[in-house]
Ligand binder design. Structure first.
Ligand code: ZN
Length: 121
């Protein structure tokens, strides 16, 4: 099966349904997030803002926590990360923060064999 958005091959069981489309983990995170990768202005303004604020200036507590876990583990799967973030953090919170961090080029998703790991950029 292929992702309806980016056309990459999705391993069986990894596909995500969203509004009738079949998406890979990556694109699914993007559609859940208000910041879209296809919007060059979002990336541009994030970079500009970061330059103004300094590299640590604009990350939220939750983002800092995510970066800490990824740094400590060298990369985890999404459900592991969610678990380590603890109670009260939803899948959508994670998707939003992860997407924001990705726009800052602090994190990315990496495919290792059949599994997708979230890791530092
Ligand atoms: Zn995709």
């Amino acid at each position: 099966m292929r992702c309806d958005q980016c056309r990459t091959e999705i391993p069986v069981g990894e596909e995500r349904q969203h509004l009738g489309r079949c998406l890979c983990e990556d694109c699914y995170m993007d559609v859940l997030s208000p910041a879209r990768t296809c919007d060059p202005w979002a990336i541009h303004s994030a970079r500009t803002f970061e330059n103004l604020m300094g590299r640590q200036g604009m990350v939220t507590d939750l983002q800092r926590k995510i970066l800490g876990i990824l740094d400590r583990t060298g990369g985890v799967e999404r459900h592991d990360l969610l678990q380590q973030l603890g109670e009260g953090i939803t899948d959508q919170d994670l998707a939003r923060e992860f997407s924001a961090l990705r726009h800052m080029e602090k994190v990315r998703a990496e495919k290792r064999q059949d599994r997708v790991f979230l890791r530092l950029w």
